[in-house]
Design a protein around this ligand. Structure first.
Ligand code: KG4
Length: 337
């Protein structure tokens, strides 16, 4: 089964051609990050307008690179939630038109389920059940992945997403948007105990997280230093920050897997690219005898291959949409349309 998949939930426009769920025939991603960097964050209106400019060309290019004809496409999968509503509407409308003109089914895909599915692409042997930590600019959650389509959230951030927190900390340090990678680079060689930063715990909810206190601590630290004319140990601050985020994420994910009796952990989303988080997971997973799955960087960020993969498994359980499919800015992962 050949699926054309479309992703436009934030500032990446992406179209992929995926065969039988796990074979990526092409994976076109156009990032608008440079444009949004001028404003220090994603400007929704600009994102929507750029999606509409590039999406048809990307689809043509994805079909060409896959070496197929449009008539070979058996279904169209699209991210319909959650995300920036104007950005999602561009992808949903494009996918609807493509499905209608090709006379094939339309498959609505939850964006976070797509991030989890990035692991199926990278690891052909990976099968549910497992625990997945999904960490991106908009989401931070721990999921019990019971099957390819049944996903239960067992832990979530009470406020900011981990990626958002990296982006805000980077911004206050004068680093460009998106700040995760620049923060990661700045932290290399830095002393991770240079600054004592807060780690929040949510009483009675062992897998839940909170990052707003950490974010505020970094903002206050930088502003105080500026006001007093003190020099900051910037690599030390970036390393201490990465440590605080990692020490929030890693132990909770490991405990969740152990409590559920699973011996597999997957990590997904843009923040999964972080070198400290990857290294900490590798260390603990090895000592706990847990098999760790972290997709390569090209599948960590937003892409359509992961949407095509999840779309395939959703389609097998009969999840298709009618022509009145809408897009949703927020949607629980377990919610039915
Ligand atoms: O999954 P993604 O591409 O888009 C969303 O769906 O949000 O994630 C983007 C997030 C941004 O916040 C970005 O700063 C962060 O992933 N990120 C990183 C790294 N690379 C990207 N955060 C920490 N370390 C990195 N190396």
């Amino acid at each position: 089964m050949i699926i054309m998949a479309v992703e436009s939930s934030c500032d990446e426009t992406a179209v992929a051609i995926v065969r039988d769920g796990r074979e990526i025939m092409s994976n076109e991603v156009y990032s608008q990050a440079d444009m949004h960097a001028l404003y220090g964050g994603v400007v929704p209106e600009i994102a929507s307008r750029n999606h509409i400019i590039v999406i048809s060309k990307l689809a043509d290019s994805a079909v060409k690179k896959a070496g197929i004809k449009k008539s070979d496409i058996d279904a169209v999968a699209v991210t319909y939630a959650p995300g920036l509503i104007g950005a999602l509407l561009v992808g949903v409308n494009f996918a609807k038109a493509a499905a209608m003109s090709l006379g094939v089914p339309l498959i609505p895909v939850h964006h976070v389920k797509g991030h989890i599915a990035a692991n199926y692409i990278a690891y052909p042997d990976l099968e549910p059940p497992f625990v997945c930590l999904a960490i991106s600019g908009g989401n931070t959650l721990i999921a019990n992945v019971k099957s390819y389509t049944e996903v239960e959230i067992i832990g979530t951030t009470r406020d900011d997403a981990a990626g958002e927190c990296f982006d805000k900390a980077a911004r206050v340090l004068g680093l460009p948007y998106p700040g995760g990678l620049p923060m990661d680079k700045l932290s290399q060689g830095g002393d991770d105990s240079a600054y004592k930063l807060p780690h929040a715990k949510i009483e009675g909810h062992p897998y839940d997280m909170s990052f707003s206190g950490l974010k505020t601590a970094v903002v206050n630290l930088v502003h105080n230093a500026e006001q007093k004319g003190e020099e900051l140990d910037r690599p030390g601050l970036a390393a201490s920050f990465a440590r605080a985020v990692s020490e929030t994420l890693v132990p909770r994910t490991i405990s969740a897997a152990k409590d559920l009796g699973y011996d597999k952990i997957a990590v997904a989303g843009g923040v999964a690219a972080n070198s400290r988080i990857r290294a900490d997971f590798e260390k603990v997973a090895a000592s706990e005898n847990i098999k760790l799955y972290i997709p390569p960087l090209k599948y960590c960020g937003d892409n359509a291959a992961m949407i095509g993969c999840q779309g395939y498994y959703d389609y097998l359980t009969g999840k298709t949409a009618e022509s009145d499919l809408n897009a949703y800015a927020t949607m629980a992962i377990s919610e039915k349309m």
